[in-house]
Design a protein around this ligand. Structure first.
Ligand code: ASP
Length: 452
């Protein structure tokens, strides 16, 4: 059995939902699908979840929300009318009252209110698509987290699945599949044991799909989106980059960290020991192979290059630093006090740099410098901003001599200064720090070196 998740753009209009119907009908093993809220239909369009986020902001500011609610109703009404659904299968007339009920229930709990509202895009879409598929003649059941005991932790907007969810889902799915041909689940949220609706982080319908795939021991988890797989490099930087054919979970994790966002990285976790293959496919070109993500594959060189700007480097110098036991521990505990997490720590014998997210640093920069100075008695400290991190990723580099050399030569040939370079012990990626203004030039140069 497969689990197939359809992202926002795949369920944004009646014509897209028809494609979903054809995809599902074309393969008997597609029995469970996860749907997002209606996403964008064209460049510049607004995702339905973003309208909901606007409502939440207006509530916080005590502003009118009715106009925004109308926008949501309008989106569903448009889809419904194209589907030519009879009145009893429509949902748009229920939305306003449903939203006001939630607002009333959680009026004194802003975080709960926010999660309950955010989840409604998926909730209404799952019900609507179920009704439409039934009308088209497919016996379809809408399995809501409210019913399936899809239990998650209680931290708002940061749900994590609880272990008993897997068996709960398995049980109810097996039961429902005796009477139905297809099950549709809304993505993005679960229910905490205290009965609250709790959402995953944004883009979290991917996580719902993984949890379902693990519950039913699916051998394939298909993730349908609007591109034919994962590009080896950001297509906004490099025109027409190659699509990655196969990659490992670890490679995807490394690339997602540095900016790839086709698949939510938290969605890898439920599947990590399952041997489930994840296939990233295109709803608009479903016959294209897409990208397959697996636990292991035959070794191959570099699979992708990702980059991310917005980092800062805290550069520290102290003579004989290497002899001082506990230096790094003390430094990290200062960062902990300031609630700053670090990304990388490239170091030399008398110097060390800590790479952090610039936005985590900004507010308390001078206080932090003072604290480091006072506690560690260092010779010099400075903070360098506007750094971009580039990750060159591929399990194969472990056995390929010259991978780093290729990168440094390419950057040298394009006159790009390397600020730092680091290869983790797992030898699956090389991290290169460059000035933010060189980011795109560097990525293009590296793409040329590895892929052309
Ligand atoms: N609708 C949610 C979002 O826009 C979740 C998702 O689409 O996966 O973030």
């Amino acid at each position: 059995m497969k689990v197939s998740k359809f992202g926002g753009s795949s369920v944004a209009s009646k014509s897209q939902i028809d494609k979903v119907f054809n995809i599902v009908s074309g393969d008997e093993s597609r029995k469970i699908i996860v749907v997002s809220a209606p996403g964008t239909r064209f460049t510049g369009d607004t995702k339905l979840t973003d309208y909901i986020v606007d409502i939440i902001e207006n509530i916080e500011k005590n502003l009118d929300i009715q106009e925004k609610i109308e926008k949501i109703i309008e989106r569903y009404r448009e889809i419904e009318s194209e589907m030519a659904l009879p009145n009893e299968l429509k949902i748009s007339h229920l939305i306003s009252e449903h939203i006001h009920q939630i607002i009333k229930k959680y009026q004194h709990q802003p975080h709960r209110l926010s999660d309950a509202l955010k989840s409604r895009g998926e909730y209404f879409n799952a019900i609507l698509i179920t009704n439409y598929f039934n009308q088209l003649g497919k016996k379809t059941y809408c399995l809501l987290p409210e019913e399936s005991k899809f239990y998650v932790t209680d931290e708002p907007s940061n749900a994590c699945v609880l272990d008993d969810t897997y068996s709960n889902l398995n049980l109810i799915i097996q039961q429902q599949l005796k009477s139905y041909d297809l099950i549709i689940c809304p993505g993005f949220y679960g229910i905490s044991k205290s009965g609250n609706i709790v959402t995953f982080s944004r883009g979290g319908s991917d996580i719902t799909g993984s949890i379902l795939a693990r519950s039913i021991h699916a051998n394939i988890y298909e993730n349908f989106t609007d591109v034919s797989g994962i590009y080896s490099v950001n297509p906004n930087i490099q025109e027409n980059p190659k699509i990655i054919d196969k990659m490992t979970y670890r490679e995807l994790r490394e690339l997602t960290y540095a900016g790839f966002n086709v698949f939510h990285d938290e969605a890898l976790l439920p599947l990590i020991h399952q041997n489930t293959q994840i296939q990233i496919k295109n709803t608009n070109a479903p016959d294209h192979n897409g990208t397959t993500i697996m636990m292991q594959k035959e070794k191959q060189g570099v699979v992708g290059i990702a980059s991310h700007a917005g980092f800062s480097s805290i550069n520290i110098k102290k003579f004989l630093m290497n002899r001082e036991i506990g230096f790094t521990r003390k430094l990290l505990s200062i960062l902990e006090t300031f609630e700053i997490s670090y990304e990388h720590i490239p170091s030399g014998i008398d110097n060390l740099s800590v790479i952090v997210n610039t936005k985590d640093l900004q507010r308390r920069k001078s206080e932090l410098i003072k604290a480091i100075h006072n506690t560690l008695n260092i010779d010099e400290i400075n903070i360098e901003e506007n750094i971009a991190i580039i990750m060159i990723v591929g399990e194969g580099m472990k056995t390929t001599i010259g991978t780093a050399n290729k990168a440094t030569s390419a950057l040298k040939n394009h006159h790009i200064n390397i600020k730092m370079i680091n290869q983790g012990s797992s030898e699956i990626s090389i991290m290169i720090g460059v000035s933010q203004q060189d980011e795109h030039k560097a990525v293009k140069a590296l793409y040329q070196a590895y892929f052309e």
